[in-house]
Design a protein. Structure first.
Length: 103
């Protein structure tokens, strides 16, 4: 393989979605406003997924202090879905102002 040969890319693994009976996380443990954001993203073709410390907290039976969603959408698409949304920081994280809170 020379320097100019492309590096072969491998398909990412397909995530395994656990049925409700195989994990302790319930919708009632998640902030209702976060669920509304998640449902809106999902309803517009995104596949939002909880990531980070909130997943750990929910698995441990704790209430998450923050909720992060990986949504796979472009930041401009997020701004179209929510009245007040802005992108911040180096990684262009989308912050959504919803019912007086920032998510």
């Amino acid at each position: 393989m020379s320097i100019i040969d492309p590096i072969p890319l491998h398909e990412p693994p397909i995530p395994r979605i656990l049925p409700r009976l195989e994990h302790p996380i319930s919708r009632k443990d998640i902030d209702p406003d976060v669920l509304r954001i998640l449902y809106r993203l999902h309803g517009h073709g995104s596949w939002p997924t909880f990531v980070g410390g909130c997943v750990r907290d929910l698995l441990l039976g704790k209430s998450p202090k923050t909720s992060m969603l990986d949504h796979g959408s472009h930041p401009l698409q997020i701004r179209e879905l929510f009245l007040i949304a802005f992108n911040r920081g180096r990684f262009r994280l989308a912050h959504i102002y919803f019912k007086g809170e920032i998510y």
